[in-house]
Design a protein around this ligand. Structure first.
Ligand code: HEM
Length: 438
């Protein structure tokens, strides 16, 4: 239902290995590989300042600000949009709804067709679920195609005016021949990048807020490094990244400590296999346990503590990551094929696992948002009416389908020094209200 009907075989994460997946992956890689991701850094810097500005104006709405900021950054990277002014933007809502619909459809027991695949061939008039699913696919396709057309029209105007807005959708259109994707495929790929990137990044940032509230010493360590490297006269930038290993370690620890996807995407084995005496017949659905792998005591002693230092060497620099983690030091972006090769007897089970295509742009967003927030504000436990600290739960979480995030909690957010508001105001342009997509 999720892969073939609701998304018409167009959602890259659901595609089986094969030529079509490779075509999609190649096009996505071109726009989001580690080098291409650097072109989104200027907009990520601007968005991080805007995030601080919103946090200072309305500290109680911090969770909404995180959602707006993450959605806005991914929309700009994918479609070249100007910042959106609310996480309730109608387009964001519609794409998120689409993702939730698909995730719900994939839950075991949601649709009988998963148990009886031959139901897929029932004629539409006999299967309401199929008709409705196809209708959603038509509407979502129209939405994504309209977004792509919008970029196409802008590109024509840009050719006339001589200015340019780099974005993933524009690179897809420019590379139409090279990528060999038709209009519908390109439209779905761009739309999926937004769907896969916005809520995941916002959820990881809410884990950061929880960690700062529970671990003030970590926050002070990060702020000491920010003060030493940047001082108090300007905001952090990506040029500071090599000199801020503690912030880099925090990004890793946030993703390891509370993975926003505690289990990975279910995958199907491509051939019979054996693993540690267990027989895995071809076609078995296998789900990798990110939560457990990120808490393997062999690699992560005191795994339940939030301790960025575990990623640093004795001189405070980033230590070499444990092997088989794509230099990440955790499995929250997926395992990739490499990790599972040594674990399985035969590599033909490689159809099993993949890795996130947006990990570099997501790591960049987390880095700059965390650096800018901690440079500018303190995040502390709120107090109740008796002046006692309110301690948020370490474990309560909300399962939102695509992501699992901490339950909403109160915290105090205050500027660290008097000049913060004026420095932020100098770099944040007033929000350009864009027309919402209807
Ligand atoms: C903190 C943020 C993020 C997390 C934790 C995350 C996590 C993941 C995970 C676990 C997968 C599944 C890997 C597998 O198949 O086993 C995945 C796939 C994917 N992610 Fe992300 N992601 C994040 C941000 C992003 C962003 C910002 C984008 C794009 C702009 C993105 C695009 C994708 C795509 C396209 C796939 C499908 C890859 C494929 O099937 O080949 N993700 N991500």
């Amino acid at each position: 239902m999720g892969s073939e009907i609701l998304t018409g075989g167009m959602l890259i994460a659901f595609l089986a290995y094969g030529d079509f997946w490779r075509k999609m992956r190649r096009a996505a890689h071109e726009g989001f590989n580690v080098r291409a991701s650097t072109s989104y850094q200027p907009l990520q810097e601007k968005e991080s300042a805007l995030l601080v500005s919103h946090m200072l104006q309305d500290p109680n709405g911090w969770d909404d600000h995180l959602k707006r900021s993450a959605a806005s950054t991914v929309l700009s990277a994918v479609y070249g949009w100007l910042p959106i002014d609310s996480s309730a933007d109608s387009l964001v809502g519609r794409i998120n709804e689409m993702m939730h619909r698909v995730v719900q459809a994939c839950l075991p027991g949601a649709f009988l067709v998963e148990i009886f695949p031959s139901m897929l061939y029932l004629p539409d008039w006999m299967a309401t679920w199929k008709r409705k699913g196809k209708d959603f696919f038509r509407k979502d396709t129209a939405m994504f195609e309209e977004l792509l057309d919008d970029v196409r029209n802008k590109m024509v105007n840009i050719q006339n005016s001589g200015s340019s807005t780099p974005c993933f959708a524009a690179s897809l259109l420019e590379g139409e021949k090279k990528f060999m994707l038709n209009n519908q495929e390109a439209a779905w790929l761009a739309g999926t990048m937004f769907g896969a990137g916005a809520e995941t990044t916002a959820a990881a940032l809410s884990v950061f807020m929880l960690a700062m509230t529970l671990y003030p010493d970590v926050m002070h360590c990060a702020q000491a490094q920010l003060d030493a490297v940047i001082g108090r006269g300007r905001l952090p930038t990506f040029d500071d990244r090599p000199n801020l290993p503690y912030i880099e370690a925090m990004v890793k620890e946030i993703l390891r400590w509370r993975p926003v996807g505690p289990v990975g995407l279910p995958r199907r084995s491509m051939q019979d296999d054996w693993y540690k005496g267990y027989f895995i017949p071809k076609g078995t659905i296998v789900v990798y346990n990110t939560w457990a792998m990120n808490r393997d005591p062999k690699y992560f002693p005191d795994y339940d503590e939030f301790r960025p230092e575990r990623y640093l060497d004795s001189s405070g620099q980033l230590a070499e990551a444990i092997s088989d983690t794509h230099s990440l030091g955790h499995f929250t972006y997926g395992t990739g094929r490499r990790y599972l090769r040594p674990a399985f007897t035969y590599i033909h089970i490689k159809g099993f696992a993949r890795i996130c295509m947006g990990k570099d742009v997501a790591n960049q967003a987390l880095f700059i948002d965390i650096a800018t927030l901690l440079w500018a504000v303190n995040i502390e436990k709120a107090r109740d009416k008796n002046g006692e600290h309110i301690i948020p739960s370490r474990t309560d979480c909300l399962d939102e389908g695509l992501v699992v995030r901490p339950v909403p909690f109160r915290c105090n957010i205050t500027a660290r020094f008097i000049e913060v508001p004026s420095i932020i105001a100098a770099v944040t342009v007033p929000l350009a209200r864009i027309d919402s997509y209807n």
